[in-house]
Design a protein around this ligand. Structure first.
Ligand SMILES: NC(=O)c1ccc[n+]([C@@H]2O[C@H](COP(=O)([O-])OP(=O)(O)OC[C@H]3O[C@@H](n4cnc5c(N)ncnc54)[C@H](O)[C@@H]3O)[C@@H](O)[C@H]2O)c1
Length: 578
């Protein structure tokens, strides 16, 4: 920071002069938008901010009026002997003393020496820089995939973190150091920090400094037949946080939400419940989670962090928290721009997957192997590579975010069919897979009610691996077989056996998974599948076995040469049965 002298004025100087100083200050490395007013002895008598000048002009003062007319003679000041930690602790008290509701006063903090001479102006966000803010209390509300990984990574970065989770069962597990989420490195990190820098609670603590909201925002069918986002969990979280909010706090929304939710829903709920004013008493940002399940810990420390703030203090304070965690901070112009950035990432991914899936359905009519076609189309062609098709796009995000984005478009009377259509194509892949396998079984003289089906890969994706089977295509496809009377067994290298049972599938270990099976369906791309001895597996299966290779993990010839059998994928079939 440059010499503070450049922003020091005496009381007789004019408002016009202050405006000039506001503009010039950044050139000297000083904060913009503030002058420090001193008396004849050089002691601080007040501060004048842009807001003070604006209000002064509006109430009849002129550009030539002296600063004494508009200055704040009771600014927040601390002696330079105070550490940043001490200042951060004292600020709520100072704000409380002043009890001002209508002014923006969180932004700048004046540092003085023992003779009350100005030394430095500290910006609010500097108190959040990780190096000084690690003693601050971060409260992560909702410990699902997003909240838990975030909380543990923040604890590892040195913050004091309390994770708040309404599920008693989840709380108990975490307190015992057990993660209910399969995520590389999470279990180890949890055990390292639990009961130390990471505490878990069922209710919100009273002394939070930063509240990070990461509750679920699923979708549900609405009366007009469309899907709409459920904001119930967010509502409860905001009301709870509002009851604990203190001046100087920061609230960060991390859940995926429709555009406008931060400003029109979260802010309103927080203000109602707290009686405080956003941007004056507390700050608010939207900082979306964009990590992929399976590599969340790595991506939390490597993906650029998008941040949209209610105001610049909100933005800078949040950036300060994330700065040492991620290499790149992407500052957005508004809360809404950040909300939109999150939604377009996932809606786009779902849409391009739909494109390839529709190609697969066309290729099936020609018995063309779609994987080979897409590989050929992409080979050496540097523009916009096509993604691979799949037995459906599952998981907790891509299956709902396009609907959330579509609901936003519809709210503004913009055609949303592109997103809905992509979703419908991806959802139609479940039936596509079911029909392909069923049709082969029929051709082989088998019927579903006495067929044994093995699902291999229940989690919604295999690579990076996850145990998450929420909205998994494999589950949806498996249920179709179950409903038609087939016996359905399931093997997944990661997913929880109890969860698999809840769907009515019988979990089996890999060692005897293939014995007596009529059709095996490989439904995710778990790396370990490539290591399965398919020669042996096909031979263990029932007569006239079918191998459905949903992710192109195997060579056709390896299957059909092992034994008289059928190799089947999303668009191609080859049989070695006579
Ligand atoms: N799963 C992902 O990989 C991912 C990635 C990016 C963004 N998101 C978004 O992040 C948000 C959270 O996703 P998730 O997959 O972690 O959800 P989740 O359903 O796994 O977890 C939410 C957790 O919040 C808890 N909860 C609900 N209300 C609460 C309250 N008032 N107080 C405390 N706890 C409460 C629930 O019990 C649950 O454990 C969603 O908006 C989602 O769209 C998820």
């Amino acid at each position: 920071m440059g010499s503070i002298n450049k922003i020091i004025c005496n009381q007789e100087e004019t408002l016009l002069n202050a405006l000039k100083i506001f503009d010039k200050a950044p050139e000297f490395g000083l904060p913009a938008g503030i002058v420090v007013v001193v008396d004849g002895e050089g002691k601080v008598s007040g501060t004048v901010t842009e807001g003070d000048v604006r209000r002064g002009l509006l109430s009849g003062f002129s550009m030539e009026s002296p600063l004494s007319q508009v200055m704040n003679s009771n600014p927040i000041m601390f002696e330079s002997t105070f550490t940043l930690k001490k200042i951060a602790e004292k600020i709520p008290e100072e704000l409380e003393k002043r009890n001002r509701k209508s002014r923006r006063f969180l932004g700048k903090i004046l540092i003085i020496n023992k003779d009350k001479e100005p030394v430095k102006v500290l910006e609010y966000h500097e108190l959040w820089e990780q190096k000084v803010a690690t003693h601050r209390h971060l409260v992560v509300v909702g410990l699902g995939y997003v909240g838990l990984t975030m909380a543990v990574v923040m604890a590892d970065a040195g913050f004091q973190v309390t994770g708040v989770e309404v599920s008693q069962e989840r709380c108990e597990m975490l307190k015992n150091g057990d993660s209910y989420i399969h995520e590389i490195g999470l279990q180890e990190l949890l055990r390292e920090h639990i009961h130390k820098s990471f505490k878990v609670a069922n209710t919100l603590p009273d002394d939070g400094d930063v509240f990070i909201i990461s509750v679920g925002t699923p979708v549900e069918d609405s009366s007009n037949g469309k899907k709409k986002p459920i904001l119930r969990y967010l509502d409860e979280a905001c009301t709870g946080i509002g009851g604990k909010l203190k001046r100087g706090n920061l609230v960060i929304l991390r859940s995926t939400v429709p555009i406008g939710t931060c400003r029109n829903f979260v802010k309103t709920k927080l203000e109602e419940a707290s009686g405080l004013v956003c941007g004056v008493d507390f700050n608010l940002t939207f900082a979306p989670e964009r990590t992929a399940e399976g590599k969340a810990l790595k991506e939390l420390r490597s993906l650029p962090q998008i941040i949209g703030g209610y105001n610049s203090d909100s933005l800078e304070a949040t950036a300060a928290i994330f700065r040492d965690l991620t290499p790149t901070i992407v500052k957005m112009d508004s809360l809404e721009a950040a909300e939109m950035a999150k939604l377009i990432n996932n809606s786009f991914r779902d849409y391009i997957f739909a494109y390839s899936n529709q190609i697969a359905k066309i290729a099936a009519n020609f018995n063309i192997d779609v994987f080979g076609v897409i590989k050929a189309a992409n080979e050496g062609y540097v523009r916009d590579p096509l993604p691979l098709p799949s037995p459906g796009v599952g998981g907790p995000c891509l299956t709902k975010d396009p609907y959330i984005f579509a609901s936003v478009a519809e709210m503004k009377s913009v055609d949303s069919s592109i997103f809905i259509h992509g979703r419908q194509i991806n959802e139609s892949m479940h039936n596509h897979v079911f029909e392909r396998v069923n049709s082969q079984l029929t051709q082989l003289g088998k019927n579903l009610s006495n067929s044994r089906i093995l699902l291999a890969g229940l989690a919604f994706k295999g690579n990076p691996e996850t145990g998450d089977i929420r909205n998994s295509s494999a589950v949806k496809i498996g249920l179709m077989f179950l409903q038609k009377g087939a016996t359905v067994t399931a093997y997944d290298p990661v997913a929880d056996v109890e969860e698999i049972k809840e769907y009515g599938f019988t979990p089996v270990p890999l060692s005897n998974a293939f014995t007596g099976v009529d059709a095996v369906l490989f439904l995710n791309n778990h790396k370990s599948f490539e290591k399965i001895d398919m020669f042996k597996a096909v031979r263990e299966m029932n007569e006239k076995p079918i191998v459905f290779d949903g992710w192109n993990a195997f060579r056709t010839e390896d299957i059909v040469a092992a034994r008289a059998s059928v190799y089947l994928n999303l668009s191609f079939v080859k049989s070695s049965l006579s």
